[in-house]
Design a protein around this ligand. Structure first.
Ligand SMILES: [Zn+2]
Ligand SMILES: [Zn+2]
Length: 243
């Protein structure tokens, strides 16, 4: 066997290891680079109009013009819009969870593919921006998890569209888990949890904040607030999924 053939085989084996040729949800056989079989792909819920222009909350019914939901109307938010193409449900929710908590790092690729859909949304594509800013993890959590899912997602979408990643934020407080808190309690819990580490880098810049999932929006709102206070020109948000 020539050196070139051996090298090719090793690369192929490594590729299969990183991107196994089976459905990541039901384990049925697919092709190389295909992460979901047709059956599982069909269960993914797209966010389709009508939805809130600001937070992408979908609504039933026949609303044809742009609108903001009651949730956003009575709230002074610092991001222009939070865009997600999918609901946090079924396979999408499972992939985010397995990627974050169960060490299934190969799921980064399908998650980044889903995140990349947001770049085609007119709320993002109609106006250029200067940098992607990942929502940071506190260093204690980073040590436990060994990676920041938002930073990894931001790096992949950055490679696709050529806009740089700016690690502009630092998480200064290790907040307790937010899942049992309501929106007001979450906001209170997050106050002072983030600071801007490169004020000169964000000043007058148009930024796109990146996170894995938008639930109540408290985390991205607190990040947007500190970025705007540091002089950012605008903050828009993209996430893989929306609760
Ligand atoms: Zn499947
Ligand atoms: Zn809304």
């Amino acid at each position: 066997m020539s050196v070139a053939t051996a090298a090719r085989r090793i690369f192929r084996a490594l590729g299969t290891l990183c991107f196994p040729p089976y459905c990541a949800a039901c384990k049925s056989a697919t092709g190389p680079g295909i992460h979901l079989c047709a059956g599982c792909a069909e269960t993914v819920r797209h966010i389709v109009p009508p939805f809130c222009e600001r937070c992408s909350q979908p609504f039933d019914g026949a609303i044809t013009q742009a609108f903001t939901c009651p949730n956003c109307a009575d709230r002074d938010v610092h991001f222009e819009c939070a865009v997600a193409a999918f609901r946090s449900h079924g396979v999408v929710r499972d992939f985010i969870h397995d990627f974050k908590y169960n060490g299934q790092r190969h799921l980064l690729r399908p998650l980044a593919d889903w995140l990349a859909h947001t770049l085609d949304d007119p709320r993002i594509s109609s106006r250029p921006f200067d940098a992607f800013v990942p929502v940071p993890l506190h260093h204690i959590r980073f040590r436990e998890r060994e990676f920041n899912q938002a930073a990894e997602l931001a790096t992949l979408v950055s490679q696709r569209c050529g806009v740089p990643v700016l690690h502009a934020l630092k998480r200064t407080r290790h907040t307790s888990t937010q899942t049992k808190l309501d929106r007001a309690e979450r906001m209170e819990n997050l106050r002072g949890a983030f600071l801007v580490r490169h004020i000169a880098g964000v000043k007058e810049r148009h930024l796109v904040l990146v996170d894995d999932v938008f639930t109540t929006g408290s985390t991205v709102e607190e990040c947007s607030r500190v970025l705007m206070r540091a002089g950012a020109a605008s903050v828009r948000v993209i996430t893989v999924a929306r609760g």
